[in-house]
Design a protein around this ligand. Structure first.
Ligand code: GLV
Ligand code: MN
Ligand code: MN
Ligand code: MN
Length: 413
């Protein structure tokens, strides 16, 4: 193709969509979603397909010691730090076809498009896949980008275990993605992540591009309540140490804490009950708490309310409790120049856009510790995500991918 200016570059919407649908076959669920949990055989299949596609596009592949994958398209000057994009291929147990995957395959589509146009960039371009973004199988979320960003040590990353006791290190070796490249320690000129919004704002306002300013603060807790297993028929109500009742009151507490700190949010998403038998008063309950707020001071107040509420509820019910904060990800603010590059790319492409703060966590948040970062959101239907029915329009995904390409090319030009 002839005129090699950024304005003339257009990604291939059908190819992007077909790749998304092809990847979605790996771990496809009956309701049209995806279950491709981190470091399972299905995750390996997804990774293998991505690597194959990148090699076909002429990229070289590097895998680091956390299993993060980098596919590189050379620039004219390969001594320059690369402009990098990417996201994750792992999903929630009842995940959709777009969360994470879009950001990975949008990156690949940028490279395929630059190849079509024989468009050279000065700096190299890379597409990355980050291990265990979701935090569903292994907590916390975004462990591997966190190691890359210097927030966690490699030992901590490798040692995190799932509910069956299998660790990230073991599972990386088992599926053949324990690479030998060091994790991090090399500069990126810039990092961009394209993602579906996973919320309702863009759709409600008829905007096609969200110019992401940063991510709200997130804290994760693990709570173990210990009462006493006892007979459900013979134990009078005033002699019980019912861990489940304490858990129920704490679920309500989490909800109230969020409502008292709006726009904060609070969720209990995982619970295990022991012995989980219908005629035994539960003696042990384990559950998780996810608290988020755009302002760190407010998030600290939410944590204090959780501490105080737990003490009160468990004291009243004669139940012991152990409450651990296992993850603190303070609010993140992206790089002004990267934010501007995204806004400019959207404006030049004539796409209605607005500034937006991410409610969800993203690998880009930890990369922002070591590189200038920007993010691009596109709408998803009714804002539904972490659900098999998650959906997005091919033309919106293509628009997001075009903005990604323009922003990347501008920084790598
Ligand atoms: C990751 O998906 C999160 O925001 O919890
Ligand atoms: Mn995601
Ligand atoms: Mn997700
Ligand atoms: Mn996420």
């Amino acid at each position: 193709m002839s005129t090699k200016t950024i304005q003339n570059l257009q990604i291939n919407q059908d190819r992007l969509w077909d790749s998304l649908m092809e990847m979605a076959k790996i771990g496809a669920t009956e309701k049209g979603g995806c279950a491709r949990l981190a470091l399972t055989d299905l995750d390996k299949q997804g990774r293998d397909l991505f690597v194959q596609w990148c090699k076909e596009a002429g990229c070289t592949i590097t895998v680091d010691r956390m299993g993060n994958i980098f596919a590189r398209r050379p620039g004219r000057n390969n001594d320059l730090p690369p402009v990098v994009t990417g996201s994750h291929l792992d999903t929630q147990p009842t995940g959709g076809k777009f969360d994470g995957v879009f950001g990975v395959l949008a990156g690949l589509e940028v490279i395929r498009t630059l190849n079509d146009y024989k468009f050279e960039t000065e700096a190299p371009i890379e597409v990355s896949v980050w291990t265990n973004e979701e935090g569903s199988r292994f907590a916390p979320a975004m462990i591997a980008s966190g190691v890359f960003g210097g927030v966690f040590t490699e030992e901590y990353g490798h040692s995190r275990a799932d509910l069956d006791g299998k660790t990230i290190g073991e599972e990386l070796k088992r599926i053949g993605y324990f690479g030998d490249a060091p994790v991090g320690g090399r500069p990126f000129k810039a990092f961009f992540e394209a993602h579906i919004e996973q919320g309702p704002i863009l759709e409600a306002e008829d905007k096609i591009i969200g110019v992401v300013q940063g991510i709200q603060g997130i804290k994760w807790f693990e709570v173990t309540l210990t009462g006493q297993d006892c007979h459900a028929g013979t134990t009078p109500m005033n002699r019980r140490k019912d861990a489940m009742l304490a858990a129920a009151r704490m679920v309500d507490l989490v909800n109230k804490i969020a409502l008292d700190h709006l726009p904060g949010v609070g969720t209990v998403g995982l619970m295990t009950v022991h012995p989980n038998s219908r005629n035994v008063i539960p003696g042990k309950v384990f559950f998780t708490v996810d608290l988020r707020h755009p302002y760190d001071e407010e998030l600290e107040k939410m944590k204090a309310a959780l501490d105080a509420g737990a003490a009160k509820i468990c004291g009243n019910l004669d139940v012991e409790y152990d409450l651990q904060e296992i993850w603190n990800s303070p609010a993140i603010h992206y790089d002004p120049a990267c934010i501007d590059a995204v806004r400019k790319a959207a404006d030049e492409a004539g796409l209605p856009n607005r500034d937006i703060v991410s409610g969800a966590g993203h690998d880009a948040g930890y990369i922002a510790r070591v590189a200038p970062v920007g993010m691009i959101f596109v709408p998803c239907a009714e804002g539904i995500s972490h659900n098999e029915i998650e959906s997005a329009l091919p033309e919106d995904l293509a628009a997001g991918c075009n903005v990604l390409m323009r922003a990347m090319v501008e920084l790598a030009a």
